[in-house]
Design a protein around this ligand. Structure first.
Ligand code: OGA
Ligand code: MN
Length: 280
């Protein structure tokens, strides 16, 4: 596999690129890996269509972007490959004996960034589409670097240095599902404006699903500021809706994007997910 074979095509004016010419069942050379990483930093969301990958292939792919969350030590008698498959999370509405076989089973989901309720958050998320309903269920990606750049100078100055408190309960798809006083919540505090470590480009970092308040700010003032910023970052010019096709392998950068999900009918939907963490 050589870099020359790669074809990078923007998905939309807002965000994302589609890359053809790489088969992720095979190992790629260093130049190809670098070209893919460069595209990731530039476009924030990459889609590789027509893949036929195993969980192990997906972990190897994820490893280009940082440490995949699949680094489990083999149990006694277990192969390393088998151990790697254990880091997987299925996103699915398919039910066995009435119980979903995966997480985030049904319906619409509000904008968020994976792991923003932890410290450190997930650097990136990979999803591989296996079964997709006949309509709906698109994943919406929002470009938070473009959203930051479009703010007026007064707002930029006002939010500079602010910290926000993010609260989330696993498997919730809307803000109401997470009760602020629930002791099982996971909580993370992060800068509202972050510079991307690879490009230095500034980004907003907040979401309607997870961000509750600005640390140290009067609550009414904080609510007004956050509501305004939620509306701003979800404006259509910053968003692209990705309609899935089975075989799509997608990675997104949680440090400078949000994602959400459109509603979909009760038809089988199955995606395989591995995240990539910041090194401990
Ligand atoms: C996720 C997620 C959205 C979707 O896996 O983190 O938000 O479209 N998925 O299923
Ligand atoms: Mn998510």
């Amino acid at each position: 596999m050589t870099t020359l074979a790669i074809n990078v095509e923007p998905m939309s004016p807002a965000i994302g690129a589609r890359i053809r010419g790489i088969d992720w069942r095979e190992e790629v050379d260093e130049a190809t890996a670098r070209a893919v990483h460069d595209a990731f930093v530039r476009y924030h969301v990459l889609c590789f269509p027509d893949q036929k990958i195993t969980p192990q292939d997906q972990v190897r792919f994820a490893g280009i972007f940082g440490p995949p969350d699949a680094r489990y030590r083999p149990r006694s008698g277990e192969s390393l490959d088998a151990a790697r498959t254990r880091g997987v999370m299925l996103v699915s509405n398919i039910r066995k004996d009435g119980v979903p076989i995966g997480s985030l089973p049904d319906g619409e989901m509000m904008f968020h960034s994976d792991g923003a309720h932890r410290n450190p958050p997930y650097r990136a998320t990979t999803l591989f589409a296996i079964k997709i309903p006949s309509r709906g269920g698109e994943t919406l990606f929002a470009n938070l670097q473009a959203a930051y750049a479009a703010l007026d100078e007064e707002t930029k100055a006002r939010i500079d240095g602010l910290q926000v408190r993010n609260i989330y309960n696993y498997d919730q798809t809307d803000r109401e599902g997470t009760r602020e006083d629930d002791p099982n919540n996971s909580v993370g505090t992060h800068a509202l404006v972050k510079a991307h470590p690879d490009s230095g480009v500034k980004s907003l970092y907040l979401s309607r699903l997870m961000t509750r308040y600005v640390v140290g700010m009067d609550r009414a003032e904080s609510d007004a500021l956050l509501d305004r910023l939620f509306d701003h970052i979800e404006r259509p010019e910053f968003v692209h809706a990705h309609a899935w096709t089975p075989g799509d392998l997608v990675i997104w950068d949680n440090r400078c994007t949000n994602h959400a999900r459109n509603d979909f009918p009760a038809e089988p939907r199955l995606l395989r997910r591995y995240t990539i963490s910041e090194p401990a």
